[in-house]
Design a protein around this ligand. Structure first.
Ligand code: NZQ
Ligand code: ZN
Length: 420
C-alpha cells in the first residue's frame, strides 16, 4: 500500500514552520487492488442549461407528439409563476394535468397518472418540479403501457418493456433525476420506499434554468445539497480503484461545499444556484461511478427512514452519512478516508492516518450542520422502535451485503442508533 505525494499547485499552502505543503492532494493506491471495471457510458438526455431555456422546449416536445401530460407537485410552480409560463409554452399542445404529486411520491399518484395517459392517449410527459415529480412521472411513463399493477414494475423493473418519453423542467437541485434513469416510489400500504430504474426512463430533454430554483427554501436547498454530496460519496467509497471518477467526484464535492452555503443564505444568487444545479445532474448521471462496482450504503438505510417517517430524503442522508463513515472506518478503509479528507476538505495529513481520516469525517458533519440541517433522528421525533424491521428490509432490498463495507442487519441497527 502506498500513499503518493501529489503536486496540486492550487492547493499548495504553507505549514506553520513555513515549509511548502505538497500533500494537498493525496492519491491512494493499494497494490493488488483491481482497477476499473469495464463500462458503457451513454447518457442521452439533451440538457438545456441556463436562463430562459424553457423557450426551446416546445419545439423539442413536438418530436414526441401533441398530447402532453403535465405533471407537478403540491403547488410551488403555481406560486412562482412557472406554471403559467409552461402553459403558454404548451399553447399548441393538448394538455392534460396531474398536480399534487407528493414529496416521497406515492404509488397512488402513479396509478392516477397512468390512467390519464391511457384514457387520453398521451404522447409525452412533461414533468415540472423536483425529484419527486420527475420520479413519479418515470413510473407513470412505464405504467401507461403495463396491464398489471404498476407496483410490480417498481419491485421488478425488468418487466418494463415500453415507456412514454419524458421531458423535464427541474425546479430543485438534488436528486439528479433529470439526467438519470431511476426513481423512487413509496407504497404506504406496505411501508416500502423502493428504487427502480430502466434505460427507457431516461429523460429525453431536461431544462435546467437555475432561476427556477431561486424560490427553493433554505431547508430544501440544504437537504438537496446533502443529497448531491451523498450521491457522490456512495460511489467515491468503492472497492475498485478508479482515478478519473474520483478526481471528478472530489471537484464536484468541493463545488457543493463552496456554493451550498451561499445558496442557503442568498436564494437568488444565480452563480450558486447554477453551480449546484449542474452538480446535481453530474453527481448521479453515471460519470462518477464509471469503473466502480459497489452497491450504495446510505441510500438504502435512508429510504427506510422516509418510508416509515416520511422525512425529507436529504435530511435523512445528512444524519446517516457521518455516522456511517465513523462506523466503517477501519484498517481497510482508513487510507481512502484520509484521501477524502485531504483532497476534499484540505486537511493537512497527520502522522496518524486515523487522525487525518477522522478530521475529514468531522468536517463533513460540521458542514452539513452548518447548512442548518437537523443532525439527529431524535430531533425528527424518531425513536428506535422500528429499527430492527427497517434494517432487515434495507439489507434485503438495498444490496447492503455488497456495499463498500458490507453491512448486516445488526450493523444497520447500530448505525441507526448512532443517529439518535
Ligand atoms: O411539491 P411542490 O409544491 O413543488 O414543493 C416541493 C416539495 O415540497 C418543493 N419545491 C420543489 N421545487 C421548488 C420547491 N419549492 C419552492 N420552489 C421550488 N422551485 O420542495 C419540496 C421537495 O420536493 P421533492 O421533489 O420531493 O424534492 P427532491 O428533488 O429532493 O426529491 C426527493 C425524492 O427523490 C428521491 C427521494 O427519495 C425522494 O423521494 N430520489 C430520487 C433519485 C433519482 N431519481 O435518481 C435519487 C435520490 O437519491 C432520491 O432517492
Ligand atoms: Zn439521494
Amino acid at each position: 500500500m502506498t500513499f503518493e505525494k501529489g503536486n496540486d499547485k492550487i492547493g499548495m499552502g504553507r505549514q506553520k514552520e513555513k515549509k511548502p505543503v505538497y500533500f494537498r492532494m493525496l492519491i491512494f493506491r493499494k497494490e493488488g487492488k483491481i482497477a476499473m471495471e469495464n463500462f458503457n457510458f451513454c447518457v442521452g438526455t439533451n440538457i438545456l442549461f441556463g436562463k430562459g431555456k424553457e423557450e426551446q422546449l416546445s419545439e423539442l416536445l413536438k418530436k414526441y407528439g401533441t398530447r402532453v401530460l403535465l405533471t407537478y407537485g403540491g403547488g410551488s410552480i403555481k406560486r412562482t409563476g412557472l406554471y403559467d409560463k409552461v402553459k403558454k409554452l404548451l399553447e399548441d399542445f393538448e394538455v392534460f394535468e396531474l398536480g399534487g404529486i407528493e414529496p416521497n411520491p406515492r404509488i397512488d399518484s402513479v396509478y392516477e397518472g397512468a390512467t390519464i395517459c391511457r384514457e387520453e392517449d398521451v404522447d409525452v410527459i412533461l414533468a415540472v418540479g423536483g425529484g419527486s415529480t420527475i420520479d413519479c412521472s418515470k413510473a407513470i411513463a412505464a405504467a401507461a403501457y403495463y396491464e398489471g399493477d404498476a407496483w410490480d414494475l417498481i419491485l421488478d423493473p425488468s418487466k418494463i418493456e415500453k415507456a412514454l418519453p419524458i421531458c423535464t423542467i427541474l425546479t430543485l437541485s438534488a436528486t439528479g433525476s433529470e439526467m438519470d434513469n431511476g426513481g423512487v416510489i413509496t407504497n404506504l400500504r406496505t411501508k416500502e420506499k423502493l428504487g427502480f430504474g430502466h434505460p427507457l426512463l431516461l429523460p429525453k430533454v431536461s431544462v435546467l434554468n437555475p432561476e427556477n430554483t431561486f424560490s427553493v427554501p433554505a431547508n430544501q436547498t440544504a437537504a438537496g445539497s446533502a443529497d448531491i454530496m451523498s450521491h457522490i460519496l456512495e460511489v467515491y467509497f468503492d472497492r475498485k480503484q478508479a482515478a478519473v471518477p474520483d478526481r471528478i467526484s472530489e471537484g464536484l464535492l468541493k463545488t457543493v461545499i463552496q456554493y451550498a452555503p451561499i445558496a442557503v443564505k442568498e436564494p437568488d444568487n444565480y452563480e450558486a444556484r447554477a453551480e449546484l444545479m449542474w452538480t446535481s445532474s453530474l453527481a448521479i448521471n453515471g460519470i462518477c461511478s464509471t469503473g466502480k462496482e459497489c452497491a450504495w450504503s446510505c441510500h438504502p438505510m435512508e429510504h427506510e427512514l422516509s418510508a416509515y417517517y416520511d422525512i425529507t430524503h436529504g435530511v435523512g442522508l445528512a444524519i446517516l452519512t457521518p455516522r456511517w463513515m465513523r462506523y466503517i472506518l477501519n484498517d481497510d478503509t482508513v487510507d481512502k478516508f484520509a484521501e477524502y479528507a485531504v483532497n476534499v476538505w484540505n486537511v493537512v495529513p497527520a502522522e496518524d492516518k486515523y487522525e487525518t481520516a477522522n478530521a475529514g469525517i468531522d468536517a463533513t458533519e460540521a458542514f452539513l450542520k452548518s447548512l442548518g440541517i437537523p443532525m439527529t433522528l431524535t430531533e425528527l421525533n424518531i425513536g428506535e422502535e422500528h429499527f430492527a424491521r427497517m434494517a432487515e428490509h434495507a439489507v434485503e432490498f438495498g444490496g447492503l451485503n455488497d456495499a463498500y463495507v458490507p453491512l448486516s442487519r445488526e450493523d444497520v441497527v447500530n448505525i441507526y442508533k448512532m443517529c439518535l
